[in-house]
Design a protein around this ligand. Structure first.
Ligand code: BES
Ligand code: ZN
Length: 409
């Protein structure tokens, strides 16, 4: 648990002790922080708090950068800030708690949205949808995942500039469309990219609010260096597995008749293998149009069981709070499935595109990086490498369903 989160939760703990009627002075309540604390938060949330929540004039805006501001607030305000963030802002309403002004200033200066995306805290990482989740994860069907992996890897390649890379995305579009055809709150579109032929596919299950949860992975594949347009690149693990996992999560949510609070978006990105191009365009557009993306789950390589850990949460380019939330979900809903943390060491997949735009993202991965499937990016990345099964990927489908439902509510 990182330091900021630790402070935050220890604060909530002391807060709840006192809320239950113990007789302490204000000074004691805030023994961890003093009476006032420093938070960094999005400029818009800072402004909003000053205008709407400053009844006794005790919130103070100290400094503002291009995206985030430092505020000095009463320690009691932190709880309320969680609610304001939740109700009015979501993504932009995340905030970080600092033990000193100096710490807050360090954050403001390093103040990249990247670091903000990594550390901000939301108040909706609660796990309380046991009934719905348990029922839904029992619907995960390994055969469906196998079938999708086989179909996608039957294209010679899914390169972003090849004919078969266009065709495979058209197949996915038709398949996703068909999965949701009975629901009027479901739609699928081809997201066209100006600079290359392969589309990204984006499916939407409309919720009651405009908050957005994104689940997805890259659909393209690649092998070799010369003649990539015609090279054989089945990409069964990298990343037919992630798309198949995403598709199974989507199928269950749709077919169960679940009506989400938040809007769920399922994405199959084009052109990841050539530099995260598809997801970068989409994440940038979402930022530009001020979409409230409250969580992103990136599924890239889910079907090769190479480590003693089943699920490895990549720590870099991801959100600490959301990662912990996923860990807790695995502990609660996937008995016998182990998880831990790892690192890619660089911006290895589409989660980094979202993270760079300031959105909280996670990347649960099939193994530790050095124990991952070594046949990726070759003609031998086939499902036979995973024993022609989707035993490993089905854990990720269950985790994904639970993640969506718990974050949704
Ligand atoms: N799925 C891989 C990333 C990966 C591979 C993560 C092995 C962990 C272990 C992804 O599709 C990929 O190949 N990414 C590129 C970088 C990207 C920016 C082109 C990579 O890792 O070289
Ligand atoms: Zn990949």
């Amino acid at each position: 648990m990182n330091h900021t989160l630790l402070l935050f939760f220890s604060y909530l703990f002391t807060q709840s002790l006192f809320a239950s009627g113990h007789n302490h002075t204000d000074h004691n309540i805030n023994k961890n922080f003093g009476d006032y604390v420093y938070i960094t938060t999005g400029n818009d949330m800072a402004q909003f708090s000053l205008e709407k929540h400053n009844k006794i004039n005790d919130l103070e805006l100290l400094e503002s950068g291009s995206e985030i501001s430092i505020m000095r607030v009463p320690a009691q305000f932190v709880n309320e800030a969680g609610h304001i963030a939740h109700e009015s802002f979501n993504r932009c309403g995340g905030f970080m708690l600092h033990k000193s002004l100096k710490d807050a200033q360090v954050e403001l200066e390093s103040g990249a949205s990247r670091s903000f995306a990594k550390n901000m805290v939301f108040d909706d990482y609660q796990i309380n949808q046991e009934k719905t989740v348990t029922a839904m994860i029992s619907l995960v069907n390994e055969e469906n995942i196998i079938e999708t992996i086989k179909k996608l890897s039957s294209y010679r390649n899914r390169y972003y500039q090849s004919k078969t890379g266009v065709k495979s995305q058209n197949w996915l579009f038709d398949t996703w469309k068909d999965l949701g055809k009975s629901r009027s709150d479901f739609s699928v579109k081809k997201w066209q990219h100006a600079d290359w032929k392969q589309d990204s596919i984006v499916a939407t299950l409309k919720g009651k609010t405009d908050d957005i949860i994104v689940i997805g992975g890259h659909a393209d594949s690649v092998a070799g260096w010369l003649g990539r347009k015609i090279a054989k690149a089945p990409g069964a693990d990298d990343n037919a597995s992630g798309i198949a996992t995403t598709t199974e999560i989507m199928r269950i949510i749709i077919e169960s008749g679940y009506q989400p609070e938040k809007t769920l978006m399922f994405m199959a990105y084009a052109a990841e293998e050539v530099g995260l191009l598809g997801s970068r365009e989409i994440a940038k557009e979402f930022k530009k149009t001020e979409k409230n993306v409250v969580g992103v789950l990136q599924l890239d390589m889910t079907n090769f069981n190479g480590s003693d850990l089943d699920i490895v949460l990549m720590k870099d380019f991801t959100n600490n709070g959301q990662n912990e939330f996923i860990g807790k979900i695995v502990d609660k809903y996937l008995p016998g499935v182990s998880w831990g943390y790892g690192r890619c060491g660089y911006a290895c997949s589409d989660h980094a595109s979202w993270n760079s735009q300031g959105f909280p993202a996670s990347m649960p991965f099939e193994a530790r990086k050095f124990e991952a499937n070594s046949r990726i990016h070759t003609s031998r990345d086939t499902i036979s490498r995973s024993g022609n099964s989707a035993e490993h990927a089905q854990k990720f489908a269950k985790m994904g369903v639970a993640f969506v439902i718990e974050l949704d509510f």
